[in-house]
Design a binder for this molecule. Structure first.
Ligand SMILES: Cc1cc2nc3c(=O)[nH]c(=O)nc-3n(C[C@H](O)[C@H](O)[C@H](O)COP(=O)(O)O)c2cc1C
Length: 359
């Protein structure tokens, strides 16, 4: 059930496969006889230097994959100098994560049925020193994820006969979870605190809300879940500091285009200098390179980090980050591009031109 929660997507799961397939199908053209003995993976985003060009995408209830998963992600963010975006729906609190990851922790905001609840959350984040806020706008309603329905996945976990059988056949996980306590949402639904159900509609967010949020949040404001060029330009003009191109890893609308296909078009629309972040379907170092070449300034990775923790705990997570890192470095060499910041669309032979490009 927990694997299905992480791995699953909306509808027929077409968009999730499309993300991965489209990135894989992109062909890179190497340049030869470039001295690539020294390679630079460091990049700058929001006037800050990052050791690697990727970070950890916001994911709710990570501790379901393995007890302490959030703590492992925070530890890795600090160890590798990469950003960790803490979800509103995380199993660790805003405050605890600030303690664990310090300046590497960013906060991701969902707005439920109450705007006040949203402000309470960002006030808490600001109080403990968060400087980056990621507003997710591609969940106006919770989507239908058939695997979750089939498994009877709910938050908090409901343990009926089907789930009991599932847990009984995964005794190591079950014993660990029993010992550590069943993970719960740590930022919302606390006694006396803001109410937010996982299946609560989140359709309140509109352009006026973005204006109010911009007035209220003094730090970097990033808008996540954007696929349209016109939307991206309007977000930029509303004063947000970055657009985060993403289709939520195919977990929302199954008929969306591959997020990577939208990237060069959105880059063209917002101009060369405006910060663009990207996720959805990146599974290896070459995927990171392709996204950077097509206009992303920074790439986020979701599911692979949870697969790694589920399979191997912190060692698994470290190994996964190392795989991405070495994949990036080795393939920069194959490409004849010694500096990650010099990647551009001229390295990609067949960047997709999807219909509706101008929108
Ligand atoms: C288990 C899981 C939980 C997620 N929870 C959130 C969330 O709380 N907020 C959010 O903005 N995105 C959430 N996402 C989406 C990710 O931030 C990201 O957009 C997506 O996973 C990227 O695709 P990838 O998994 O193919 O890398 C979640 C994704 C997964 C797999």
């Amino acid at each position: 059930m927990i694997f299905d929660f992480v791995d699953g997507s909306a509808g027929e799961e077409y968009a999730c496969r499309l993300n991965i397939d489209t990135i894989e199908a992109l062909r890179l053209l190497p340049r030869v006889m470039v001295n690539v003995q020294r390679r630079n993976l460091e990049t700058t985003l929001f006037d800050q230097s990052w050791a690697l060009p990727f970070g950890i995408a916001p994911m709710g209830m990570c501790d379901l994959t393995w007890p302490g998963a959030d703590a492992m992600l925070a530890r890795a963010a600090k160890q590798y100098n990469i950003p960790l975006v803490l979800s509103t729906m995380a199993s660790s609190s805003i405050e605890t994560t600030a303690e664990r990851a310090g300046e590497y922790a960013w906060f991701q905001l969902y707005v439920g049925e109450s705007e006040e609840t949203a402000y309470e959350l960002i006030d808490r984040a600001e109080t403990v020193g968060y400087t980056h806020l990621v507003l997710t706008v591609d969940v106006p309603e919770i989507s239908v994820r058939p695997r979750e329905q089939r498994d009877g996945f709910q938050s908090p976990l409901r343990i009926g006969p089907r789930q009991f059988f599932d847990f009984a056949t995964h005794p190591l996980w079950s014993l660990q979870v029993l010992q550590s306590g069943i993970p719960r949402l740590a930022n919302v639904n606390l006694p006396g605190g803001p109410e937010f159900k996982r299946n609560e509609a989140r359709g309140l967010v509109d352009w006026d809300f973005l204006d109010r949020l911009r007035q209220r949040w003094p730090g970097q404001l990033i808008v996540k879940g954007v696929l349209g060029c016109n939307d991206a330009v309007r977000i930029r003009d509303a004063g947000a500091d970055a657009v985060y191109v993403s289709n939520h890893g195919g977990r929302q609308l199954d008929s969306v285009p591959a997020a990577i296909d939208r990237l060069p078009l959105i880059r063209q629309a917002v101009g060369a200098e405006y910060p663009l972040l990207f996720d959805s379907g990146v599974r290896c170092g070459e995927g990171v390179l392709k996204a950077l070449a097509l206009g992303a300034d920074f790439v986020f990775i979701g599911r692979p980090f949870l697969y790694a923790i589920g399979a191997g705990g912190y060692d698994g997570l470290r190994e996964m980050i190392e795989l991405f890192k070495s994949g990036i470095s080795i393939n920069l060499a194959q490409l004849g591009c010694p500096d990650i910041n010099d990647l551009d669309a001229s390295y990609v032979l067949n960047a997709g031109v999807s219909p509706g490009a101008a929108r």
